[in-house]
Design a protein around this ligand. Structure first.
Ligand code: PMT
Length: 397
């Protein structure tokens, strides 16, 4: 997604300036071209040589350098940028931009660019909380500038509080979000992920091997494309994607409640969760003791969440996944019809590279008109975008 994108990165003078090295590395690793502009203050914390080595391009520092002007002067940088990122952004640079001051190379580039501008503030907590700083931020937000808010924690100045530069992955994610096409803006997408756990007693449960990767990838892709995303997930070790509303659940009954509660506001429901079809009839209050004989564990049916959503479908697009080990197409078609879906994404979970816990998937997508689209092995991220493309095409069909 960042491949070939031209990112102008402004680095200003704060202790977090050293973290810009990691940001440059991460952006270059993602395929972006990074052109660094450093303020005078930034060079007290990290050398241009470090960022030049990591970016592969000469670092611009001087507004009035004759040599720099032709290749990396303020106008050429301003016009080259797909996005201008300032990380870390000090209270000083935020104030200057808000006040229309352009007295060095970086603020001049900001003034001259028509690209989106993202600021990642980092400063002492009292500076962050200062009403003048907050007013400046509010003013810039109102003018369409983007911000990745700082995090709370221990600050370099010895204080505790908000002011620490956002984590590098959060900044990169925001850059991706800003540069992505916004074909889902104004929509709310409801996505489910992960397994459910059905308790037997306080230490044991019935579950399956779902890691949540497929559902989390869908949630992330939808958010990047401008949707407001509600992600309902069973237990997963993954960190929820930035910017989504995350509702953690444990059992199928809890997942049903969360899905049905949020369905009315959603324009599409995509269920990648692997919901347990059955649960123990009884969950024991104490740990069950071992006996010398065999154990029979009576099970009862769980609610079929997607079936219920299909009954109250309205105009929304409903997409299910089918995890199969045999008769992939026939079984998936049956689920598509029975659950009143627009599309079912069928994966043969026995195939290497497909299904549970891996980073890739191999699927066949069957739509409500019976059309089958067969996709080769691809990352779950890429598949998520293909599924979202189908949401759009099914809606217009
Ligand atoms: O999480 P990962 O490790 O990335 O793995 C991804 C995945 C294999 C879990 C995913 O690709 C997948 O196939 N998810 C659906 C698994 C599943 O439960 O399939 P199913 O054929 O049993 O169910 C069909 C559909 O009905 C699913 O959308 C399911 O969410 C839904 N369902 C099932 C049972 C139930 N009681 N209620 C439901 O809503």
């Amino acid at each position: 997604m960042l491949k070939g994108k031209k990112i102008v990165l402004g680095v200003t003078g704060g202790i977090a300036a050293y973290k810009s090295a990691e940001l440059v590395r991460e952006l270059v690793r993602s395929g972006a071209e990074v052109f660094v502009v450093m303020t005078h203050g930034a060079q007290a914390f990290i050398t241009p040589l470090t960022l030049q080595t990591l970016s592969g391009y000469k670092v611009a520092t001087d507004l009035f350098s004759l040599i720099e002007e032709s290749e990396i002067g303020h106008i050429s940088l301003a016009e080259r940028a797909d996005i201008l990122v300032i990380a870390p952004a000090t209270a000083n640079v935020i104030g200057k931009i808000a006040g229309g001051v352009a007295d060095d190379l970086l603020t001049t580039v900001v003034m001259a660019t028509r690209a989106p501008v993202l600021l990642a503030p980092a400063m002492n907590v009292h500076m962050w909380e200062n009403p003048i700083c907050q007013e400046n931020i509010l003013k810039l937000r109102g003018r369409g500038y983007h911000f990745v808010d700082p995090e709370s924690g221990e600050l370099a100045c010895g204080y505790e509080g908000k002011g620490r530069l956002a984590e590098i992955p959060a900044i990169v994610e925001e850059i991706r979000a800003i540069l992505s096409p916004k074909d889902f803006s104004g929509e709310i997408l409801l996505v489910t992920a992960g397994p459910t756990e059905e308790p037997i007693d306080p230490v044991r449960y019935l579950s399956n091997r779902s890691s949540g990767k497929m559902g989390f990838a869908l949630a992330r892709a939808a958010r990047l494309r401008g949707a407001r995303v509600i992600l309902v997930s069973g237990p997963s070790a993954l960190k929820p994607p930035c910017g989504v509303k995350f509702i953690p659940v444990r059992t199928a009954v809890e997942m049903r409640e969360a899905v049905l509660e949020n369905l009315a506001q959603a324009s599409a429901l995509i269920m990648a969760a692997a919901v347990s079809d059955y649960r123990p009839q009884r969950s024991h209050a104490e740990k069950m003791k071992k006996s010398k004989t065999e154990l029979n564990l009576p099970l009862e049916l769980n609610p079929d969440i997607l079936f219920e959503a299909g009954q109250r479908k309205g105009k929304r697009v409903l997409i299910g996944f089918a995890a199969e080990t045999e008769d992939l197409l026939a079984n998936a078609r049956k689920k598509l019809t029975e659950k009143n879906l627009d599309l079912i994404v069928a994966n043969d979970v026995n195939r290497p590279g497909a299904g549970f816990a891996v980073d890739t998937n191999i699927v066949k997508m069957i739509d409500r008109f019976g059309k089958v689209e067969e996709l080769p092995l691809m990352s779950k991220e890429d598949l998520a975008h293909r599924v979202l493309d189908r949401v759009l095409s099914l809606r217009s069909a």
